[in-house]
Design a protein around this ligand. Structure first.
Ligand SMILES: Cc1ncc(COP(=O)(O)O)c(C=O)c1O
Length: 445
């Protein structure tokens, strides 16, 4: 059944699951194939959702098109990486040109300098940069660098903080926090990681009593943790605490970098970290990560200046890949003056406010939280300041809401944070409001 037919019907009589299944027969067949060769039928566990994920055929601007011809307004945006939407023309043009000149060199080239210079120009605390292929890798190297620089083993991260699958940081992401996040994590890999309470400076001080970690890693906005913003005073307090104790403060800006402001969360909040981890937007739609900081800290990567075991290793076959560098540079130049970011942040405010009012009007206990162009709905009355509150919200209801939206042409990866891009139109936003109202009419209190 085509989307338009469902839209017209919208009786609320057909269950959202049936509605979704009836519209996605080809995806269902593909999922049967996928399950045989890809565990859970996906390339990343979080991309699975009930009853099966749709399979994307193409993407352009703010839209995803699946193999059955359904069109979705995309608020997932490739894990919040695509701030200019899918295949923006400027990036496509630059990448096409690079394609003719080589997809991968494995040697030094000017584009990696140019992108590093651009990052230095835009991100307040950064003097030097090293590129990786993912945010996970960048966090792994950043943590190692902090350990190398301070000579300490212990590291600290926050409850609900997601920094990728690197062992030492893959802890305390979901509740219950004392349950291992994954099989195969050794006690040795985790024993030096301390878990801290988000937005609670006193709690942080308490848990760090008699402990001296090399670094504290924090997302300025808990992304996978539910789009929970850090409070400004909390971040400031954390900076001071780190200064007092010679702890390196690491901002994981894989999501917030170039999104909250041209210079990321650190510019938005006015708090400078010692090391910044970047990803997503930095790659302009291509795989990327980076860790960066002051010359003094980053120089510890310099294998020419430091001998083994005094330098901190970093490297990789595709590090500084020219396709990524060109796509990233084109993207950052568009974001540099802040015009785009301000507009998206205003749009984010509008979404939080209007969606919030819609839930209120229908007497539904829900909140729309987030910051700038990041937002997330949580079905709870409780004031949300950390991931624990998010975990206490009604997730079943959120999944139902998200699947109903999907069946009606709006895509959030169920239960995950939404993001905005320059490709989103007023009509896209109005559609989100309208479909939420329709959902509440049929499924509200
Ligand atoms: C804040 C944050 N850090 C790190 C990562 C890991 O990045 P990647 O998936 O590129 O490895 C993510 C991914 O979603 C993230 O949101």
């Amino acid at each position: 059944m085509r989307l338009s037919t469902i839209d017209k019907k919208n009786q609320g009589t057909v269950s959202k699951m049936d509605e979704y299944v009836s519209k996605t027969p080809t995806s269902r067949v593909l999922y049967g194939r996928a399950k045989k060769v890809l565990p859970a039928g996906v390339s990343y566990g979080i991309r699975y959702f009930e009853p099966y994920p749709f399979f994307t055929a193409k993407a352009r601007g703010s839209k995803l098109y699946d193999v059955d011809g359904n069109k979705y307004v995309d608020f997932w945006l490739g894990h919040a990486a695509l701030i200019l939407g899918h295949s923006p023309k400027e990036v496509v043009k630059a990448v096409k040109k690079q394609l003719e000149n080589g997809t991968h060199y494995g040697t030094s080239h000017e584009m990696e300098i140019a992108l590093a210079e651009q990052v230095v120009k835009m991100v307040p605390s950064v003097e030097m940069v090293r590129f990786t292929n993912s945010g996970t890798e960048a966090n792994m190297y950043a943590t190692r660098l902090a350990r190398a620089f301070t000579g300490r083993d212990m590291i600290a991260k926050f409850e609900g903080g997601w920094h990728g699958g690197y062992d030492a940081l893959h802890v305390g992401v979901k509740q219950p926090f004392d349950l291992p996040e994954s099989a195969g994590l050794t006690r040795g890999a985790l024993q030096d990681t301390v878990l801290l309470p988000f937005n609670d400076l006193e709690g942080v001080e308490k848990r760090l009593r008699n402990k001296q970690p090399a670094c504290i890693v924090i997302e300025p906005v808990l992304g996978a943790g539910g789009a929970v913003p850090a409070e400004k005073e909390f971040l400031k307090g954390l900076r001071e605490l780190c200064d007092r104790n010679d702890i390196l403060l690491i901002f994981d800006e894989v999501i917030t970098g170039f999104r909250l402001a041209p210079g990321g969360g650190q510019q938005f909040y006015g708090v400078k970290p010692d090391i910044t981890v970047l990803g997503k937007i930095l790659g302009g739609g291509f795989p990327v990560g980076a860790f960066c900081g002051s010359k003094k800290i980053m120089e510890r990567i310099n294998n020419v200046a430091y001998e083994r075991p005094h330098y901190s290793f970093h490297g990789g076959t595709f590090a500084g890949n020219p396709m990524t560098m060109v796509a990233g540079l084109t993207t950052l130049k568009i974001l540099e003056d802040g015009v785009v970011t301000s507009r998206l942040n205003r749009l984010g405010d509008e979404i939080r406010q209007t969606l919030g009012q819609i839930f209120e009007k229908h007497n539904v206990d829900a909140q729309v939280i987030g910051l700038g162009s990041l937002f997330n709905v949580h079905f709870t009355k409780e004031r949300i300041r950390d991931a624990l509150t998010v975990f206490r919200a009604d997730k079943k209801k959120l999944l139902e809401y998200n699947l109903t939206l999907i069946a009606n042409g709006i895509f959030f990866l169920p239960a995950h944070c939404g993001a905005l891009s320059t490709a989103h139109s007023e009509a896209d936003i109005q559609k989100l409001f309208k479909k939420t109202q329709d959902y509440l009419r049929h499924h509200g209190k």
